[in-house]
Design a protein around this ligand. Structure first.
Ligand SMILES: Cc1cc2nc3c(=O)[nH]c(=O)nc-3n(C[C@H](O)[C@H](O)[C@H](O)COP(=O)(O)OP(=O)(O)OC[C@H]3O[C@@H](n4cnc5c(N)ncnc54)[C@H](O)[C@@H]3O)c2cc1C
Length: 387
């Protein structure tokens, strides 16, 4: 058992931390509130190779694994910049293409993931399917060599910043019964693809959208893996990276909130000589949140290590547990930090309440805490499925 990062991973952590701190939470909030995007941070992280750490070297990436990408996600969040696009583009989309794309797709897309110049977002959720992916209604029909896609997607993050959306559809002949998914790379400016921005109560420069696909015509090579048989494994390939990196973002956010709060409680004095942090009513909730965050962090490390060792099934169990634990820990940490800061906790200046919406959403998306508990109940505890 080894809990140490390699020297290279340590260096990566320090370097990403330094970059994140240079931008900081006020940059993130200012972009969010002005309707902007964190493009400068994204581009710089891309140039420095942090966005492509998990892309193989032959396509220009860092040749690392999910451990490295989780470090990037955690450290940027710990600096107050939790970038959801890291989860959808380098974690989900790049992994899906790397593991299940054709060689032509790898050559075409992976160099852009490696330097961050390409952003691909991910669309699976639908209004009438929600957590039940078997009910997906987005249909792909053959038309000669082309494909025609029709359907609706909701809550899709970052479409306005991306060049492509990785759309999960089903083929026409599989419109009922068990889902046989097919994944398509759809240009965000494709004819027939329209979007409308959702008003979300989250302070974030990344937006969520409703997507409408109305007979979007795609060439044959838009189908990931070039064959319908690639669909299911390609979809599953994205799940572990998604859960592990979103968990890392949660843990980073929790660390950020606890650091903000403890800096404050260690120096704020309202009862004479002692700081408010000397009172156990203030310090213990923060210490409890710190324990939860560190426990989640350990599980992320385990999940990423298993994944990088090619042990996908075990990584799946740990990745789900990590995502659950991190989602709960981040929500607890931010709420506890707000309380410990008192009135300052609700100000924009202290930058903790600005995270309340994001950490609340982290218990719902990309997979809800209930669906993870269902997974653990069924696959770890051997319980019957209720749905
Ligand atoms: C900020 C944000 C960003 C997102 N970004 C993306 C994105 O980029 N791409 C994308 O495809 N999707 C995205 N989503 C969608 C997200 O993945 C879904 O919201 C999530 O999977 C839950 O689906 P739903 O909202 O339809 O909830 P529903 O499925 O309607 O569920 C509602 C509630 O019922 C519970 N529930 C449902 N079924 C069961 C059951 N069998 N047992 C117990 N409880 C159950 C759920 O846990 C939840 O609490 C995003 C969502 C948010 C909030």
């Amino acid at each position: 058992m080894n809990f140490d990062l390699t020297p290279e991973q340590d260096q990566l952590r320090d370097a990403v931390r330094a970059l994140g701190r240079r931008y900081g939470h006020s940059y993130f909030v200012e972009k969010a509130k002005s309707g902007g995007h964190t493009t400068e941070l994204w581009d710089e992280a891309g140039r420095l190779g942090y966005l492509g750490v998990n892309v193989p070297t032959e396509y220009g990436g860092g040749g690392g694994g999910l451990t490295e990408l989780a470090i990037v996600c955690e450290e940027l969040a710990a600096a107050g910049c939790p970038l959801l696009l890291l989860v959808v583009s380098p974690a989900i989309a790049a992994t899906v293409i790397n593991r299940h794309g054709t060689e032509e797709q790898r050559k075409r897309f992976l160099p852009g993931f490696a330097d961050g110049s390409l952003k691909v977002v991910f669309a699976i959720t639908e209004p009438d399917a929600g957590s039940n992916f078997h009910r997906l209604g987005t249909v792909a029909r053959r038309d000669g060599d082309d494909w025609l896609l029709s359907g609706r997607k909701c809550y899709i993050s970052g479409v306005d910043e991306a060049q492509y959306v990785l759309v999960v559809a089903r083929t026409e002949d599989a419109a009922s019964g068990k889902l046989k998914p097919a994944l398509f790379l759809v240009p965000t400016d494709a004819a027939g693809l329209t979007r409308s921005k959702l008003d979300m109560e989250i302070v974030s420069p990344e937006n969520q959208f409703l997507l409408y696909l109305d007979d979007v015509r795609l060439p044959a090579d838009a189908l990931v893996g070039g064959s319908l048989d690639a669909g299911l494994p390609a979809l599953f390939a994205g799940l572990n990276p998604e859960r592990i990196t979103v968990a890392a973002m949660g843990v980073g956010t929790g660390r950020f909130a606890i650091e903000r709060a403890t800096d404050y409680t260690a120096t704020r004095r309202v009862w004479g000589g002692r700081s408010i942090g000397a009172h156990q009513g203030v310090a213990h909730p923060l210490a409890h949140a710190a324990v939860q965050v560190e426990l989640a962090r350990l599980m992320i490390h385990k999940a990423a290590t298993l994944y990088d060792a090619g042990r996908d099934l075990e990584a799946g169990v740990c990745g789900n547990m990590a995502k659950y634990a991190a989602g709960e820990a981040a929500a607890l940490a931010v709420d506890t930090a707000v309380q410990a800061l008192g009135g300052a906790g609700m100000t924009t200046e202290y930058g903790v309440a600005t995270l309340l919406g994001a950490v609340r959403a982290g218990r719902i998306a990309p997979v809800s805490r209930e669906m993870i508990l269902n997974f653990v109940a069924q696959h770890v505890l051997g319980q019957e499925k209720s749905y």
